[in-house]
Design a binder for this molecule. Structure first.
Ligand code: F0G
Length: 434
């Protein structure tokens, strides 16, 4: 099978070699995607092959991304692959969350089980492997935290120099700490995510640094495998809905592409609907979906949310995401800070836990079932994008009633769980427990 880069714009569709270090169409400036030509193995053979690899000790087979390498054949050989055994994330039932969300049953696909604790690892193994293939020395990204943590780990593992740019004071310490520990040169810029992305693109062009933001089409290829693995875990029976948080909208693009390709290859019979959930103070994609003319996204200049991972006002991948949401018959919802915080606590009470942005999924489900968009008996999978320990400060503040939303409105600790200070006295503690 051969691979090429193709312009995403319907009107252009210019093609470029897969070995060009480009992120946008040289002719019209639109986003690029990876396209494959040639024959693939029949669906049943692929399913059997992938299942068999689960018992293998080979690094490529142990990776929950490269196990499905027939779906992402953009490399000529696998010498450049850098893997930390990403993917392999569980599908976990959350009965309390289902009840809270107005559903009979709900499963979480928890990407927080990845090596650096977020779904970014699925894409980064591909982006970093492509960087090695292209003989790049330095890689860069702007990030709300998780991309930078992941890029730092994968590029250090590959012997590349990671350079990251983050909005000063606007990412959680857990994520910043990871970037430092994994050895990234780290710049905290006095600007928001969208402004820094423009800056980094200029720098990358000027200095010949490879960009590993989600405009990088190979990141999207890797993130497709979240869906492939989900279908494998469900014995190729697609759910009715897949719910995910939306920030820069790379993941929405990846999920849609994966579903289309799985269907084309005969691996699934029907298309699940995508439901993308944004934070109310940072919801340009939600706004776009409310308008009749969807030819241009109106950016939110000063996005606001405590779910810093999705604090993005001008998502670059919106044209792809729009196509995927519309063609899956999907919807976009938005939720308040209070709704995110309470949903997050409920996911915690399932013994699962996640970071704030991920909890937007359950908050969105609750709204969508109440509105009758998602039926109570629907088969729903929510994708939790990041680990509970990514943002412990948020958790402590919520449970102790000290969490303030942007604009200083206090979040109510509806499901708060205060730690109790006690004397070193067994009788008093026993009395408290009674
Ligand atoms: N959830 C988490 C935990 C994230 O870190 C992100 C994005 C998203 C959801 C949204 O995904 O951008 O594909 O729509 N984080 C990026 C970062 C922007 O820099 O780590 P998206």
């Amino acid at each position: 099978m051969s691979a090429e880069l193709v312009c995403f714009s319907e009107r252009c569709r210019a093609t470029f070699p897969v070995t060009e270090p480009i992120y946008n169409c040289a002719r019209c400036g639109s986003l690029l995607e990876t396209r494959y030509c040639g024959d693939h193995l029949p669906a049943q053979m692929l399913k059997t092959l992938w299942r068999g690899r689960r018992t293998s000790n080979a690094p490529l087979d142990q990776s929950g991304v490269w196990r499905y390498r027939e779906m992402i054949p953009f490399l000529d050989n696998y010498d450049s692959v850098v893997t930390l055994r990403e993917g392999n994330t569980p599908l976990l039932p959350g009965p309390k969350a289902a009840q809270y969300g107005g559903l009979d049953f709900l499963a979480f696909k928890h990407q927080g089980f990845n090596p650096t604790g977020s779904f970014k690892d699925n894409g980064m193994t591909c982006g970093a492997s492509q960087a090695v293939r292209l003989r790049m020395k330095r890689v860069a990204c702007v990030s709300t935290g998780n991309t930078s943590a992941s890029m730092a780990a994968y590029s250090s593992a590959a012997g590349l120099q990671p350079i990251i740019f983050i909005p000063h004071g606007n990412i959680s310490y857990g994520k910043l700490a990871q970037a430092l520990e994994y050895g990234a040169k780290t710049f905290q810029v006095e600007a928001n995510f969208d402004q820094i992305l423009a800056l980094v693109r200029t720098l990358a062009d000027k200095l010949g640094i490879y960009l590993l933001n989600s405009v990088n089409p190979f990141r999207i290829e890797g993130q497709k495998t979240i869906i492939v693995e989900m279908m494998d875990q469900r014995d190729w029976s697609p759910p009715d809905w897949i719910v995910l948080p939306g920030g820069n909208l790379g993941n929405t693009s990846a999920f849609g592409k994966a579903l289309r390709e799985l269907r084309e290859w005969g691996l699934i019979e029907k298309m699940p609907r995508l439901a993308v959930v944004q934070a109310a103070g940072s919801a340009p994609f939600y706004d776009l979906m409310q308008t009749a003319d969807r030819s241009a996204l109106r950016a939110v200049d000063h996005p606001q949310t405590l779910a810093t991972a999705i604090k993005i006002g001008d998502p670059v991948s919106w044209p792809k995401a729009l196509h995927e949401v519309v063609s899956s018959g999907g919807v976009v919802e938005m939720v308040t800070e209070q709704e995110i915080a309470d949903a997050k606590a409920i996911i915690g009470l399932c013994g699962i836990g996640c970071e704030p942005a991920s909890a937007a999924t359950l908050a969105g489900i609750r709204k969508l079932t109440a509105a009758g968009v998602i039926a109570r008996d629907a088969d729903v999978v929510a994708v939790l994008t990041g680990n509970v320990l990514k943002d412990p400060d948020y958790i402590y503040r919520y449970h102790t009633g000290q969490l303030d939303a942007p604009g200083a409105a206090r979040i109510q600790p509806t499901f708060g769980n205060q730690p109790i200070v006690v004397p070193n006295d067994a009788d008093k503690i026993a009395a408290l427990l009674d």
